[in-house]
Design a protein around this ligand. Structure first.
Ligand code: SF4
Length: 499
């Protein structure tokens, strides 16, 4: 039996998937001519031209053509130390996968990624590869690094169409039940592994559909939504029950949850948008990133009641922030038809934490970047609606506690940017509601749940946590790795009863 699904830009899968053997053994890899491989030109998949893609919400990159993918995989020099694998938070065996890929065994290559990752299709699209696997690729010291992320997405999407992903073995039922609170990457990593280990898993999601940040936080031009839906088909196949539109503490009491389940995993993330703390920030036309993105990217029925009304037309949009979410906002604003979209960031591009590729795409799509610029005040006009953002120029001073240069205001440098919408994308905090839901759950001063790092145990017996609610807003792949680690610890606890 195989998991299937229909991703973008591939032919529909056959009705009856062939019965392929699951997870073949990895073949021996003979030595390769590294010097010759360093001379192979880099290949990248096709990309929609900027003037075309600003008129649609489709992904920017197509999937690799199969022959081009093989040629790109051949650029991997198969270094035994595999620094790319070490730098990958889930430790994908990238050289092994690429060896199979260059032999044309796409299915086996995809299985290598699936051994260590529940979300290879997504991580290949969403990871900041320049900081992780590709940033440590030895080929990258001489030329462009191997396109690890795009090859990972290609192989695993290819497999979905050509017979589907192998459904993993599921251990006999243990009779134990685990509640997974949150259906984002951490919850998915925990739920899938726990289900495979034979535990009964129920996922709770506050939004109407499962997926967390993968569905509600990532626009279609970066990650198509059917890829997210397929993941939940996988989980349902494994017997995971999904209960959506359930907020713990409102729709279901925390004590009832504890009573019903043998263990709980908290993977509810960090979804409270940070504020600017400037005058008039609550004016009509000022949006926090998540309400803006979900209303731009999803159907009303997929949203909580308060977000179901459409966004008004907007002509001039200013986005404040410097991470990937701010790029999602500016690029969504372009696709919503805004004629002028400006991003302001208080440091320089060198200090920005998001992906360079996203900034490049935003610039190609006509977004204007104002670096060393900080917001001072929202100016309002008729009907108390936004008419401009008053800003101030900054210069860089000494490093702060994040080791990045601290921006200092330039006196007398104030100026206004005329606009009819402002989007704040200056980070996410962990929701402080858990202080009311379970006051004895130990959290730090930023409301992050405190865990024992190896076991992801909280201070409450049988309660584990991981992902953004523990780390603060971070990457999909780091949340996934947390969920995986928690699953192993929960399994041990359920089998031994030791705490
Ligand atoms: Fe690279 Fe992310 Fe894939 Fe790991 S999961 S190989 S870091 S793209």
């Amino acid at each position: 039996m195989r998991w299937t699904g229909v991703p973008i830009s591939m032919p529909a899968q056959p009705d009856e998937p062939p019965d392929k053997p699951d997870r073949p053994a990895k073949p021996q890899r003979p030595p390769v001519d590294r010097k010759a491989r360093l001379g192979i030109p880099a290949k990248r998949p096709q990309k929609q031209p900027a003037e075309e893609r600003t008129g649609n919400w489709e992904e920017v990159f197509s999937l690799f053509d199969p022959e081009v993918a093989k040629a790109e995989a051949m650029r991997c020099i198969q270094c035994p130390a595999a620094p790319c694998q070490k730098a990958c938070p889930v430790h994908n065996d990238i050289p092994a996968a690429f060896w199979l890929l260059e032999q044309g065994d796409f299915d086996a290559a995809a299985n290598v990624f699936r051994e260590t990752s529940e979300l290879p299709e997504m991580c290949g699209r969403l990871c900041p590869q320049e900081r992780l696997c590709e940033g440590h690729c030895v080929v990258g010291k001489h030329a462009l690094p191997v396109a690890i992320g795009k090859l990972e997405t290609f192989t695993t999407e290819w497999q979905r169409v050509h017979g589907g992903a192998p459904s993993p073995e599921v251990a006999p039922s243990t009779g134990k039940r685990v509640a997974v609170v949150g259906s984002g990457p951490a919850g998915i990593g925990a739920a899938e592994r726990l289900a495979r280990l034979g535990h009964g898993v129920v996922m709770f999601e506050a939004w109407p559909e499962p997926g967390g940040v993968l569905l509600y936080g990532i626009p279609d031009f970066k990650q198509n939504k059917p890829a997210v839906a397929r993941k939940f088909d996988d989980l349902r196949y494994l017997g995971v029950e999904l209960r959506t539109s359930v907020r713990i503490g409102e729709d279901l009491e925390w004590t009832a949850l504890r009573d019903e389940f043998d263990a709980v995993f908290l993977g509810f993330g960090a979804s409270e948008g940070a504020t600017l703390g400037i005058p008039n920030e609550d004016a009509a036309g000022v949006y926090s990133a998540t309400p803006f993105l979900v209303r731009a990217n999803l159907e009303p029925a997929q949203l909580a009641e308060q977000y179901r009304h459409p966004l008004p037309p907007m002509r001039r949009v200013v986005v404040v922030g410097g991470g990937d979410t701010s790029m999602d906002c500016v690029r969504s604003a372009v696709r919503l038809g805004a004629q002028e979209v400006t991003l302001i960031y208080r440091r320089t591009e060198a200090e920005m934490q998001g992906r360079a590729e996203e900034r490049h795409h935003a610039a190609e799509e006509g977004v204007r970047f104002e670096y060393l610029t900080s917001p001072l005040e929202v100016l309002t006009g008729e009907g108390a609606c936004v008419r401009a953002l008053r800003c101030q120029r900054m210069r860089l001073g000494e490093p702060d506690d994040t080791s990045r240069a601290r921006p200092q205001p330039e006196p007398g440098s104030e100026f206004d940017i005329e606009c009819d919408a402002i989007v704040t994308a200056v980070g996410y905090n962990v929701d402080d509601e858990w202080g009311d839901i379970e006051p004895s759950l130990v959290r730090d001063r930023w409301d992050r749940v405190v865990v024992e790092p190896d076991t992801m145990r909280t201070n409450l017996r049988s309660v584990f946590a991981g992902g953004d609610d523990v780390n603060g807003a971070d990457l999909v792949v780091t949340a996934l790795a947390d969920g995986q680690r928690a699953a192993a610890a929960i399994d041990e606890y359920l089998r031994t009863g030791d705490w």
